[in-house]
Design a protein around this ligand. Structure first.
Ligand SMILES: Cc1ncc(COP(=O)(O)O)c(C=O)c1O
Length: 441
């Protein structure tokens, strides 16, 4: 642990002088320990002092093939000499849409955007337009991007602010969101069958969409209980609500066909981003033809100067081709399973109570859960944040970068080989030993 961080700290200080908080996304801020990363390659990133980290944050999920992956860079470089943006459709846009339709059951048509936020914003508008209703149902602890209609009751909501479990309240996650929008956001608890039925019977007639991350990628990767997604599908059908799967994190990560392939339940609309571009800005809204065709002149507006830019779409073609041809995700899941089991065994051996959930390509780990099997966000936030933070800081000091907040997943990439997993597990073992020795309750 004899790493030094002087250049990284100095760079961060400098960043603070010209950028609020010294970061370009609030979520990257980690106080004075905020890292400044100079480069990445495969499963690794290096900070300004040349310290190497095995990266399990992977930019919050996008880097599915590894940093600087050659399959992606080669495609982009091939495209760059031909320009990037035109006021016209480009063949790469058609190819990305065709590939998504082929891979994702439930997706008949696709529009491209640039970020997950743009995708969920347009999906919400589409749902409102299609149903002629205004409200959105979302889940406590779920994050769907930065726009005003979804930045409510996310995983960052202060503990104790959510109201009664029978009637969760929508909590704004930022100043500057018009208060009036609160009346158009209904918050539900994940895996609460009965609560959702009550909500839909009461308010279903006003709800355009039920937006769900089919596994809670922003809340320790909790999984839906058996039958839960099927139950939501039926409620949506019965009450004329569009089911929207936000697959910004799960899409092209847990299966080629995302949550629908994995769980066997179809949504009406889907949003994809992150893994689609291996870190380049490209996103997609997809869904049933009838709903997607509401995007039409005089009906629903979707657009943007950079939508379908050739760099983003070249990256997406490279990723989708690798997923289809090379069985990337299934192979990754084999290694991810070994990593999960290794961590589980080590923590058990050191007597550190913990809970693991999710999918081997994207999983959650929390310490000291208060229930045997956490099922919803309110169970997650009862985990031991301080203990995980200590574990995370030991890991980082020994060269494994995980998010210090256990609500974020550990992400795998195609570049996390067996030997990278072995190295990780050795470090996890050392970090667990230190937590056991030094954690003060
Ligand atoms: C499930 C989910 N939806 C939407 C978003 C927003 O995506 P972006 O950051 O690309 O705007 C995120 C980002 O973390 C996400 O996890």
């Amino acid at each position: 642990m004899n790493r030094t961080y002087s250049k990284t700290r100095a760079a961060f200080k400098h960043a603070n002088e010209v950028t609020p908080l010294g970061v370009n996304s609030n979520f990257r801020y980690a106080g004075e320990d905020t890292m400044v990363i100079e480069r990445g390659e495969g499963p690794y990133v290096w900070d300004m002092d040349g310290n190497r980290y095995i990266d399990y944050r992977l930019a919050y999920g996008p880097v599915i093939l590894g940093h600087g992956d050659k399959r992606v860079s080669d495609r982009i470089i091939q495209q760059l000499g031909r320009g990037n943006l035109y006021a016209h459709t480009h063949p790469l846009e058609i190819e990305v849409a065709e590939r998504i339709v082929r891979l994702c059951p439930g997706v008949d048509k696709v529009r491209l955007s640039n970020s997950g936020t743009e995708a969920t914003m347009h999906a919400a508008r589409l749902a409102r337009a299609y149903t002629n209703r205004d409200a959105i149902i979302k889940f406590e602890g779920a994050y769907h991007g930065n726009h005003d209609y979804v930045l409510w009751s996310t995983a960052n909501m202060p503990i104790g602010s959510g109201g009664s479990p029978r009637s969760p309240v929508a909590v704004a996650q930022s100043s500057g969101i018009p208060y009036e929008i609160r009346g158009m956001v209904y918050v539900a608890r994940f895996n609460d069958f009965e609560g959702m039925e009550r909500l839909v019977k009461d308010k279903g007639g006003e709800a355009a969409a039920m937006v769900i991350e089919p596994m809670m990628g922003n809340a320790a990767c909790l999984m839906p209980e058996p039958g839960y997604l099927e139950y939501l599908r039926k409620l949506c059908d019965d009450f004329g609500i569009l089911l929207v799967f936000d697959e910004v994190k799960t899409g092209f990560r847990i299966a080629n066909g995302g949550a629908t392939e994995h769980f066997g339940v179809k949504a009406d609309l889907y949003t994809f981003a992150k893994a689609l571009g291996n870190g380049y800005p490209v996103a997609a809204i997809g869904g049933r033809k009838e709903v997607m065709d509401t995007i039409a002149f005089g009906q629903v507006v979707h657009g943007g100067t950079y939508c379908g830019n050739a760099v983003g779409t070249a990256a997406a073609v490279a990723v989708l081709e690798a997923l289809e041809k090379e069985n990337v995700l299934a192979n990754m899941a084999g290694r991810g399973k070994r990593l999960m089991k290794g961590i589980d065994d080590i923590l058990t051996e050191h007597g550190l109570p913990h809970f693991m959930s999710g999918h081997p390509n994207m999983f959650g780990l929390m310490f000291e859960p208060k229930t045997e099997k956490p099922k919803e966000f309110r169970d997650v936030i009862k985990g031991n944040f301080r203990m995980f933070d200590l574990f995370g800081s030991y890991l980082r000091d020994m060269g494994v970068d995980v998010e210090g907040d256990f609500r974020e997943p550990w992400f795998m990439s195609d570049a996390h080989t067996d030997s990278v997993i072995d190295e990780t597990l050795n470090i996890v073992n050392d970090a667990a030993k230190l937590v056991k020795q030094n954690y003060v309750p």
